[in-house]
Design a binder for this molecule. Sequence first.
Ligand code: PMV
Length: 366
Amino acid sequence: MHKAYLILTTAQFISEPLDTSKIAKESFSSTAPSNIALVKYWGKKEGQIPTNTSLSFTLKNCVTQTELKCFRKEIKNNTIDFSVFFEGQLNAGFKSKIATFFDRILTYLPFLVDYDFEIHTQNTFPHSSGIASSASGMAALSVCLMQLEKALNPNISKGYFNKKASFIARLGSGSACRSIEGPVVIWGKHPAIKNSSDLYGIKTAFDLHPNFKNYCDSILLVDKGEKTVSSSVGHGLMNSHPFAKERFIQANNHIEDIVAILKKGALKKFITIVESEALTLHAMMMTSNPYFVLMKPNTLKIINKIWAFRKSSNLNMCFSLDAGANVHLLYPQNEKEHTQEFIQKDLLQYCENEQVIHDSLGFGAQ
Ligand code: PMV
């Protein structure tokens, strides 16, 4: 049994030897959402350890649905054997990503070698569109794997379950560790945030001000193509980035600012931090060696439209960006009607096939 604890170290995530004979054939399902970072994670150390603390809103509608079918092996070997089906079709691309993930997590879930797995997965949003499908995908798979661990060891508590799900999701894709819970998650050790850890995300302990309850995020799909530079390459370039040190200090200061803003309901200050973070992320890309640009002309057109409309309407909308060209438009629930009218009238023209996904704050994986 796991004792009461608040902060866990790596060793505490290694499962005790478990008797797999009690589960010969079983299936587990999970739905996990994407998330949008308000304070961005960009740069990491060995072992998927972030170079600064990040904070995100968990989304609700952009989810990955995963089913993990487990078949206990007749003849054991020392490898994790699995096949991956994406939207009903065998998928070799995902298979190699998940193989790397399994290699990283085997130490923590050694009983996985006792099974043959079939992974069936699908998204409610376009894959590789700049919406973090790796975040929701790795989070959903991690929750399924933890369901198997819990079935083998019913003693594990809900707190341990969530922390370990986040811990292993992090080893698949850093930002995935922020998709297990919601509506606001912090990942990365920060002196001002009690119980924060580099190893997993934690749900914020404070009450979100009513101004931010059900906060909306409309994702404007500017470019749905594959990204030209992957996030892992981008993170790697921060190791030798001339402005890295200052950036990490700034991000950690922004964490304290945004926490105070989310508690107080300070909508105008929220705009300043969130937009600064989005543009700083892309500024880091543009000043890396080699440099690269992931924004598209329509990304900038949308940003300028948002600024002009915000000035004339005095609404509280602001934008965020991930590592891609798409624009996340964030706004309070009570401004939904006006903001969505503006999207329809002024922004859809800049989206590929006029596509937008309306989402809002959610509560994590199920
Ligand atoms: O989780 P990764 O390795 O794909 O990195 C994602 C980084 C950003 O989405 C750009 C920022 C963030 O904190 O989510």
